[in-house]
Design a protein around this ligand. Structure first.
Ligand code: GLU
Length: 450
């Protein structure tokens, strides 16, 4: 490997040994960049790679809230403003028990390349808290969000940093966060957050966007193989907003989603989660219940439930891990390959361990699509929401959906083009990393050394 590149990866692994997820994503992205760094010696001269792995800014803050019994709790809040060279920092907030600096940094780093790949003017950021929303009352969630925003509001803004949702943060939390921002600032700056309700500047299709975008991207991959999505089967993990969007679009296009999963195990529905609107909408019911378990689906619809297991041994046309990071390890990757599955479509951020990813990409008949391209529809529609807010306009469902579709096709095409241009053939993973990198590199080079 190129000496500069391997030195940077080695240094990151050494200096950030306490941040395993962050090291993992740096290695994954940078190992695609060899031909680019070889052809552009000016990048090494400007030490571009070391500059890219260092966030422009990252901070933690105290979030104190009182529960319904009057007990006081203290959580850690995070925001990383990773790279602002192509636009205001943009990325979601994750409220989950296991949130730590490594997870926030890995998500922020990925977000930079994802957002760049969309071709829209958004930089990379991410944030969250180790607050666990499970089992909390509505009033507790509201007080937590208000306290979180009291600490964050000075450091964000429509042209500065625009947070949104991620795991544990949906429309309800965005509403409370925005309410507090508006109260503190004394003005209606709704471009400061995306994923808002339609009544105060949200965009149509935003809740569906990540799932719809994933299916649109999959359709591009299938078109390349001369195949169609109708009649095909999908093994998904997760049951959150993203999986719901996939199910909704898959149902519309005649594909069948066979599995869902949660922290408790997975369910297998032979008729398909996609066989009725009631089933698809039940994902939202499960999410709203706060139980955080998928077993409720099996109880409700009388299908098989496999406690403590993941759905990766299931035979399906497409594997779409849509839950959490590192959902598929090397052993599970082997089972996927043994089932002769041709399409491995990552959806969640970094759902595959690096060695599982290398293993899958090494299978001669397998096509691997990377999450930073596949799930970029969510943040893309967030950017469309920002445009609507700044222009004080409201686009129809068809208009947003059409733009989302165009963006996904563009993401796919630019990945294929970048991969081919560097002589890597049809490599969607490397292509996405290179295309995302190129735009940030160009902006950073143009803006001077800092
Ligand atoms: N959390 C989502 C992501 O990972 C959405 C971010 C956004 O809409 O800003 O891209």
């Amino acid at each position: 490997m190129n000496a500069y590149l391997s030195n940077v990866i080695e240094r990151v692994n050494r200096d950030h040994a306490t941040e395993p997820e962050f090291c993992q994503t740096v290695e994954e992205v940078f190992s695609s960049l060899e031909p680019v760094i070889e052809q552009h010696p000016e990048y090494e001269k400007a030490d571009l790679l070391n500059r890219m792995v260092e966030p422009e800014r990252m901070f933690t803050f105290r979030v104190v809230w009182t529960d319904d019994q009057g007990a006081v709790h203290t959580n850690t809040g995070y925001r990383v403003q990773f790279n602002g060279s192509i636009g205001p920092y943009k990325g979601g907030l994750r409220f989950q028990r296991n949130v730590n600096p490594s997870i926030i940094k890995f998500l922020g780093f990925e977000q930079c390349f994802k957002n760049s790949l969309t071709s829209l003017p958004i930089g990379g950021g991410k944030g969250g808290s180790d607050f666990d929303p499970a089992g909390k009352s509505e009033a507790e969630i509201m007080r937590f969000c208000q306290s979180y925003m009291q600490a964050l509001y000075r450091y964000i803004g429509p042209d500065v940093d625009v947070p949104a949702g991620d795991m544990g943060v949906g429309g309800r939390e965005i509403g409370y966060l925005f309410g507090e921002y508006r109260r503190l600032k004394g003005c209606f700056e709704n471009g400061v957050l995306t994923g808002k309700d339609l009544s105060f500047g949200g965009s149509l299709i935003r809740p569906e966007a990540t799932g719809y975008g994933a299916v649109y991207y999959l359709q591009c991959v299938l078109a390349h193989e001369g195949e169609d999505i109708a009649g095909k089967t999908i093994a998904c993990s997760g049951f959150g907003n993203v999986t719901w969007g996939i199910c909704k679009k898959a149902r519309e296009l005649g594909a069948k989603v066979l599995t869902l999963s949660g922290p408790d195990g997975y369910i297998y529905d032979p008729d398909g989660v996609t066989s009725s609107d009631e089933k698809v909408e039940y994902l939202r019911v499960m999410r709203a219940s706060g139980h955080d378990r998928v077993k409720d689906y099996a109880d409700k619809f009388g299908v098989d439930y496999y406690p403590g297991k993941k759905p990766w041994g299931v035979k399906a046309d497409f594997i779409m891990p849509s839950a959490v990071q590192n959902d598929v390890d090397r052993e599970q990757a082997k089972r996927i390959a043994q089932n002769h599955i041709k399409y491995y479509i990552e959806v969640a951020n970094m759902p595959t361990t690096n060695d599982a990813l290398a293993y899958l990409m090494g299978q001669p008949d397998m096509i691997v699509a990377p999450s930073k391209a596949v799930n970029a529809g969510g943040v893309s529609v967030s950017c469309l929401e920002m445009s609507q807010n700044s222009e004080h306009i409201f686009w129809s469902e068809e208009e947003v959906d059409q733009r989302l579709h165009e963006i996904m096709v563009k993401i796919y095409n630019s990945s294929v083009e970048a991969s081919e241009r560097y002589g890597l053939g049809y490599n969607l993973v490397a292509g996405a990393n290179i295309a995302g990198f190129e735009r940030i590199a160009r902006a950073m080079m143009a803006q001077g050394i800092f």
